[in-house]
Write a protein that binds this ligand. Sequence first.
Ligand SMILES: Nc1nc2c(ncn2[C@@H]2O[C@H](COP(=O)(O)OP(=O)(O)OP(=O)(O)O)[C@@H](O)[C@H]2O)c(=O)[nH]1
Ligand SMILES: [Mg+2]
Length: 221
Amino acid sequence: MDRRVVEVDVGRSVYEANKRLADEFRMLLDSYGVRAYEFMGSPGSGKTSLIERLIGIALNNGYEASSIGYIGGDVATSLDTERVSKHGVQHVQINTGNICHLEVPHIYQAVEKLDLRRLKMLFIENVGNLICPANFPLGAHRRVLVVSVAEGEDKFVKHPLTTRLADVIVINKVDLASAAYVDLDKMERDARSLNPRAPIVRTSARTGEGVDKLYHVLLGG
Ligand SMILES: Nc1nc2c(ncn2[C@@H]2O[C@H](COP(=O)(O)OP(=O)(O)OP(=O)(O)O)[C@@H](O)[C@H]2O)c(=O)[nH]1
Ligand SMILES: [Mg+2]
């Protein structure tokens, strides 16, 4: 390794304790028959926009609004929850203050405000951050990583841990790919080299391209 590069090793006990809590929360969800999807990604990558699109598809497919839940994590504001609440779904905003990711205790507080007995599908939007959420799984059945082309071509290789841990990888804002001079095939190859198992879906939350495919990947797997 280049001697000028320093790698930081954080103690494992915090991560392990969180993982145990996440497993317990997953069991709670399973006991109510709820499927949960966690969305991680940089600020502005399109997490809320994609969730809104997916909610729209679920409603068109016959899901009742009350059977869909949304927990939005943000440092401040309830802007995302206000957007999502327009679809009539159950919703809770969590403001983390200066914490850069959600943790399981946040989610327990949030679900107290949801009617779990009615829920079938729960979207959890983590705080916009490509680093911190990775080590703190929340117990969702699928962890969805959203990277937009506007962030640059290199985000997967610069964030290998988050890329490896994702169950589904989304390359969003493909409508802007040529304007951003991004090679989508190269992005996909980079993601695939780090994570051979996760489906990779190209989407535009603006035009709707690829969102049906994402919906089926999430519900199918
Ligand atoms: N052109 C284009 N714009 C998009 C797309 N997806 C989202 N946007 C826009 O990008 C901006 C950020 O989208 P959000 O959905 O709020 O992003 P986010 O990841 O939820 O952001 P945070 O919650 O702040 O982390 C908004 O102006 C969206 O309209 C897309 O596929 N194409
Ligand atoms: Mg958002």
